[in-house]
Design a protein around this ligand. Structure first.
Ligand SMILES: Cc1ncc(COP(=O)(O)O)c(C=O)c1O
Length: 454
């Protein structure tokens, strides 16, 4: 076995890692578990356990309803400002609230409202499906003169099925809007940037993409694509779910108009933790949320009967937020700020690079191929390893090897490397166990029938 596949080499990398100490600040209840989830859920910060006890007893238990006036009401903005320091947003532009899908609905609708004469929405086939579904729902609702009913939704489904160009052009018959999904090159690895550049034109209202794509980890050039959108008068909306806490993001510097993202992956905010949204200050006064809830009202405690939007980004709040789980996000944000995005990115590139070397040396001979870009400037914090028997290998890793990756159809074993707690030795161990599964044919006993959650 080559030097980079040896465990001592990995231990040496850990010994000189300036972020190594952060691992102890997370709950590691099973030291033999190799946690390379890619990344659907970050580990639990120790500080979140302590903080949750305090919040439940001191705030919920003792403050009761007074908690809203003491601090809870401001939690979405306060955490939004803190998160803004991680994603390059000056204060007053980001909120922690709702889910990614809901926030995307709010912001994409707002974007179309800002460009009423334009009818094209540009996205790609690499985007997270929920983002595509949300866009399809918006197009159905906003592109129609008539109200949306269950019967209408059924008709729309049929019309989609009949639509000849759905693969490349996601335009829905009967809607004034057309969704264009830029295809990928390399079998789902990277987008066709020439097709993207050619598609954006004076009729484009919105360009919306995942900054780091969920399967391959391809990293878009946010500044360049935002410039492309703006050069034709379109708006740019970024999904940062796989970027926030994994790669440096500079929303303000790139001039991005809108962004959404989640806190449960690299920000370690907990299962189902609230997402976030960003609205550039320059367009906050014209952009309108489609969800006119009381938290987004100018003076919510006047209880006026008519809606008037709050000034600034707060108009994108909807209703009451889950304060307990929101406060659990803060320790993860603090850890990320303490480590610093530059150091996190530096380690992330070294870890994905190390994993690619291991894959080349010990897994390629067993039928694996890399499903992520080799150029570090083009990839985020996770990698895809493709294998024809990927699903069953993934099952064997979980059931018998105490390794947690995740699986993304059709053949991607997705591995996440979280620089705050993933060690180089853990990566080596995970790859060695993966090699053993395939070398010993352990996957053969598992069914190809997929489980609900993969
Ligand atoms: C890139 C991306 N966008 C959107 C979502 C949907 O997020 P939510 O379930 O919080 O709406 C996810 C979920 O994993 C995601 O990875």
């Amino acid at each position: 076995m080559d030097f980079s596949a040896a465990r001592d080499y990995a231990l040496g990398l850990d010994a000189s890692d300036p972020l190594a100490g952060f691992r102890q600040r997370f709950v590691i209840s099973d030291p033999s578990l190799v946690y390379l989830d890619g990344n659907s859920l970050g580990r639990l910060p120790q500080a979140a356990c302590e903080r949750m006890q305090e919040i439940v007893k001191e705030e919920w238990g003792a403050s009761l309803v007074r908690g809203w006036g003491q601090s809870w009401w401001e939690t979405p903005s306060r955490l939004g400002d803190k998160l803004g320091r991680i994603i390059g947003a000056a204060s007053g532009q980001a909120l922690v609230c709702d889910s990614v899908s809901t926030n995307l609905y709010k912001l994409a609708s707002a974007a179309l409202g800002l460009r009423p004469a334009r009818t094209k929405i540009i996205t790609d086939t690499l985007n997270f499906p929920s983002d595509l579904y949300i866009l399809q729902g918006i197009v159905e609702l906003m592109g129609q003169e008539r109200p949306l009913t269950a019967r209408h939704a059924k008709n729309a489904k049929e019309s989609r099925e009949n639509h000849k160009n759905l693969g490349a052009l996601g335009g829905l018959r009967g809607s004034k809007y057309e969704i264009i999904r830029i295809p990928s090159r390399d079998g789902g690895l990277t987008p066709d940037l020439d097709a993207l550049a050619a598609a954006v034109d004076e009729n484009t209202a919105l360009v919306t993409l995942s900054h780091v794509v969920f399967k391959s980890g391809y990293l878009y050039d946010m500044a360049g694509i935002t410039r492309l959108a703006h050069s034709k008068g379109a708006l740019a909306l970024w999904d940062l779910s796989h970027s926030a806490g994994a790669v440096p993001v500079a929303l303000d510097a790139c001039g991005a108009d809108f962004a959404v993202g989640c806190t449960y992956k690299y920000l370690n905010g907990g299962p189902g933790a609230s997402g976030f949204l960003y609205v550039n200050r320059a367009i906050q006064d014209e952009a309108l949320s489609p969800v006119w809830g009381w938290w987004g009202q100018d003076k919510p405690f006047d209880f006026a009967l008519d809606y008037a939007p709050a000034p600034g980004v707060k108009r994108f709040l909807s209703g009451s937020q889950p304060i307990l789980s929101m406060l659990a996000i803060e320790p993860g944000l603090d850890l990320t700020l303490e480590a610093g995005m530059d150091r996190i990115r530096d380690k992330s590139i070294r870890q994905t690079g190390y994993a690619i070397r291991l894959a080349d040396e010990i897994l390629a001979p067993l039928g694996f191929r890399l499903g992520s870009p080799r150029d570090p400037a083009l990839r985020g914090g996770h990698l895809s390893l493709r294998h024809a028997d990927g699903y069953r290998i993934n099952r064997a890793l979980i059931e018998e090897m105490n390794v947690i990756p995740d699986f993304r159809a059709p053949d991607n074993i997705r591995l996440g490397f979280a620089p705050l707690y993933t060690s180089f030795a853990e990566i080596w161990e995970g790859f060695e166990r993966l090699r053993r599964v395939v070398a010993e044919g352990r996957q053969a006993k598992y069914s190809r029938q997929r489980q609900i959650v993969t």
